[in-house]
Ligand binder design. Sequence first.
Ligand code: ME8
Length: 664
Amino acid sequence: MGTYYLSTPIYYVNDLPHIGHIYTTLVADTLARYRRMAGDDVFFLTGTDEHGQNIERAAARQGIRPIELADRVVSRYHDLWRRFDITHQDFVRTTEPRHRRGVEEMVRRIAAAGDLYVAPHEGWYCSSCETFYTEKELGQPGNLCPTHDRATEWKSEENVFFRLSKYERPLLEWIDSGAPAIQPESRRNEVRAFVEQGLRDLSVSRAALEWGIPFPGRPGQTVYVWLDALSNYVSALGFGAPAGAGGDLYERYWERGDVRLHLIGKDIIRHHCVYWPAFLMSAGVPLPTMIWAHGWWLRDQKKMSKSVGNVVRPDHLVERFGPDALRYFLLREMVFGQDASFSDEAFVERYNSDLANDLGNTASRLVTLSRQAFGGRTPPVPCDDNPLIALAAEVVAEYRQAMDGLAFQGALRALWRLLAEANQYLVAREPWKTIRSEGASDALSRVLWNGLESVRIVATGLLPFMPTLAPRVLAGIGVAEARGSLAALAWGGLPTGRELPALEPLFPRIDKEKYMSEIPTPPPAPTPAPEAAPPAGAVPQPGAAAAAAAPANVANVIDIQQFGAVELKVGQVLLCEAVPKSEKLLRMMVDVGEGAPRQLVAGIAKAYRPEQLTGTQVVIVANLKAAKLMGLESNGMVLAATQADGQPVLLRPETAVAPGTRVK
Ligand code: ME8
């Protein structure tokens, strides 16, 4: 027992939350509830990350101010957390004055440590993760961001730098010291290898980005979004608040706290396990005691992500089955730390087998038999000598060990072992036959009591996972007060002779086929393309109305209008040459039937020599916003099939056509 601080990442507000965001918050909530059951003094923090280029651009696309977009999305987060009954103590927004004070204090302390200097800065920048990459790190054709699969831009500006390189050794010592602070082990090794290969200083200010916290003492520059965002973990506790203004939360939960845990997805390991500890070391602030990076929810083998556009939003699942079924599924399905694939089919199967059948049927069968035999009450005679007692003790120990180690799937499997054993026990003793042969005997009472007691222990262990339904299961088996304490996991808590109302079905079985046929079409990609007329000739085909339903296994269906918004054209390559100092880029002048040729830059140099391309035809995306690659403007994108090993194969018309011919 002690203080237990835990946080989720603060989520970007450029789009609505999806299953991935919900997952981290559900994990945090489950853990927070469990720690409270264990008697800890818990502080659970979540919030939103509202500054940066990505949000500035998303707002501009919608013709609103960034703060309006943030307010809109934040209210959606609040609704969602209410719906899932998330028990966070605080929700921090990076646009709040208290957060700005925390960031300013962090910068002040880092500057006082002599760890800031000004220098020119250039590199490949991904605006989705607001991070600079080296060409080596990009490792894919087209200079795509390794996380977001999106084109990066070449950026060059004068920035404030943080002496990250100075913290190489201290970081390695921290990673290697005592109890491993980075989990799981594989991630710790990854971080260690990254630090060991050498750290470059980090630019922590941005020029020409207005939507951010002004960099103290550097007019015209804003604080790098990650230094801004990471500081939320202490700004919410009152770090940087005027003396006496914020209470003692910072001292209690951070400076003197026992556990300081960040739960994150593996996409943001470097920021949390390298930058953040280095900032804290520089500022003289204690480090987190643990950072736990879980895997990704995938859809079609790709990370579910707003930028990729393959997300599953929780709305229809929550509307149909309530929040607890999704809570259970997400925590049961993913081995914490590894990737998992989301599918509606798996959801329905798990719901039917684990919740409707194993839990729901066992509970309702026991309640029905007890009501029948004992006048609508729980069995009058308990039992303190039967094989389920030892198993329950074993299962509870396993459950606690798993929960202490954040192995949520393991904890649930342990509980289900007890359920399965209780079922076996009932099948072997056939109380439904005993009722007929013996009536309400003591022997029958003991058997039913044992069964119900097993369900009580399982439902108690489920309280952190299913905060709405687990208390209802408990109430349904005659336990009026759902005691949220680990002591309630001990064998023997089921009251005897307690009134037992008829159990309403808690987990009605889902008709899988019917459900699968009714699943709503996933919403269009998050950044809607501008309105455009359908391409000429795009006459709706007979049966095209059926396209309103998603083709099997396709998550991110678009309609013909959206497709029509992308202008694909045939281009004639007039000139092609390598880009100096780049292993990947080729510069081309391409005739797209517009009079003057266009300059395009493509990351295909490892697969094609310039002379192989001059005079040939390619297909390009003609209405893509211009991007800068190695300082060269690219006005469009050349289409290629990217093979499993990353090698591109260009797409071309089968026979030569006039430059500018539309592809549709
Ligand atoms: O990165 N599977 O915010 P973000 C599992 N603002 N978890 C996922 C996921 C997926 N497919 N997609 C997202 C940011 N997540 C920054 C964080 S913290 C100081 C700043 C979860 O909105 C996971 O926890 O992109 C991941 O780390 C986080 O959402 C990223 O949310």
